[in-house]
Design a protein around this ligand. Structure first.
Ligand SMILES: Cc1cc2nc3c(=O)[nH]c(=O)nc-3n(C[C@H](O)[C@H](O)[C@H](O)COP(=O)(O)O)c2cc1C
Length: 178
């Protein structure tokens, strides 16, 4: 359970950007009872508009993927939006407008995320790689927005993706939460 979201099989498919985890993969996962994640980065690629108006092309690409996922499944599908993106706010607001089930947000600290989702029940799921980051997000969200994360993704140094670990940390004995 993530709030009132009931994920029958407790597997959340991680986002893979630049058209790897689009509506097709995310909806297939959701149809099997897991939670699918559409990666919002790089969805405007391949369109002419991407060269002239990147923000609009990305937004329209994301709208298309969320709508397609809704056609392909009644299951649970969310969107990953990386804080480091220039169009982070636009993609987060698009995700909320399109009524996705959740936003997973890492690659930076999603301290302002609740600002873009105010008044909706979309689930907010930060990705952290340290207890310090989880505590900071929780403290700031509670103080500024009276809101808490609905779930937290914890990634250690052996996960794939954009992590904040140094080369020396890539060691199985590293235990960030001890
Ligand atoms: C090819 C690839 C692309 C990824 N793209 C994203 C992304 O766009 N946004 C993101 O937050 N994480 C991204 N990740 C990280 C994954 O969503 C996931 O959090 C990470 O791989 C940890 O899960 P794992 O241990 O099962 O690999 C990517 C990972 C891979 C391997």
């Amino acid at each position: 359970m993530i709030g009132d979201l009931r994920i029958k099989i407790p597997i959340i498919q991680g986002a893979m950007g630049v058209m790897v985890s689009t509506a097709v993969l995310a909806s297939a996962v959701a149809n099997y009872g897991g939670a699918g994640t559409i990666a919002s980065v790089g969805l405007g690629y391949g369109t002419e508009e991407n060269e002239t108006n990147f923000v609009k092309a990305s937004r329209e690409g994301l709208e298309k993927e969320i709508r397609q996922a809704k056609e392909l499944t009644q299951g649970i599908v969310g969107v990953n939006v990386m804080v480091a993106l220039d169009n982070y706010e636009d993609l987060a607001r698009t995700t909320v407008r399109e009524k996705s089930d959740f936003i997973v947000s890492g690659a930076g600290l999603p301290l302002k995320l609740p600002e873009f989702t105010d008044g909706t029940s979309i689930k907010l799921i930060p990705i952290v790689s340290s207890a310090r980051a989880a505590a900071l997000i929780t403290r700031v969200w509670r103080k500024r927005y009276n809101r808490l994360p609905d779930a937290i993704v914890v990634e250690g140094p052996l996960a794939g993706g954009h992590l904040g670990f140094k080369f020396e940390d890539l060691d199985t004995s590293y235990a960030p939460f001890l």
